[in-house]
Design a protein around this ligand. Sequence first.
Ligand code: SAH
Length: 225
Amino acid sequence: MNLAGIGMTSQRTRERLVGRLLEQGIKHWGVLDVVRSTPRHIFLDEALSHRAYEDVALPIGYNQTISQPYIVAKMTEAVLDNHPALAQGKLGKVLEVGTGCGYQTAIIAALANKVYSVERIKPLLEKARKNIRLLGLHNVQFKHDDGSMGWKEKGPFDAIIAAAAPQYVPPELLEQLADGGRLIIPVGGETSQELRLITRQGDEFHTQVIASVRFVPLFVGALQN
Ligand code: SAH
């Protein structure tokens, strides 16, 4: 894999993807810029890389998927837009639950000072680590663990992004939000889930339903090596 080899074709198809995101209502320029400059094809296996700039979820092995770009953009926009703790357009600390191949990690890492990312499937975590290194991002710390409990020692977080769906919002994630912090999380069963944006104000939590979505389930139990 060779970053220098990202040619005009991938740049052009990325422009098209950004156009599609604009049409679908993504407005945040910071988010659109990062999608424009982040090569999604490096996150995919060779055999699927020609589909990298389609606005679809794709398999990444181990029964998991790379999220659809629109959903990644929507989630990132939701946690960033008018966030009270933004400094120079960036968030402070962000927790990601469910690293997968690291595409969402790369997008949020460009828009935050520090990202903590937890994944329960070790080979995926290693893949993500390699991709993030390849992109020259140095502000991400990974952990092979069950992310449904959050990452208490590193909190509180300005934002928490969950890429896998529990049946109920884990209270640990709410507890690890900073005041004014936001949690974006799909909630529900395997076939239908709602994407919730939960904002902490003191000890109160305000929930907004953003979209109906279909993520892989948030798995609680043994880690996979
Ligand atoms: N945004 C990622 C999406 C990956 S799919 C991407 O674009 O690649 C969701 C990921 O959540 C999967 O890799 C899955 O293994 C992981 N996951 C599921 N339950 C988890 C848990 N309890 N703790 C940590 N990761 C979990």
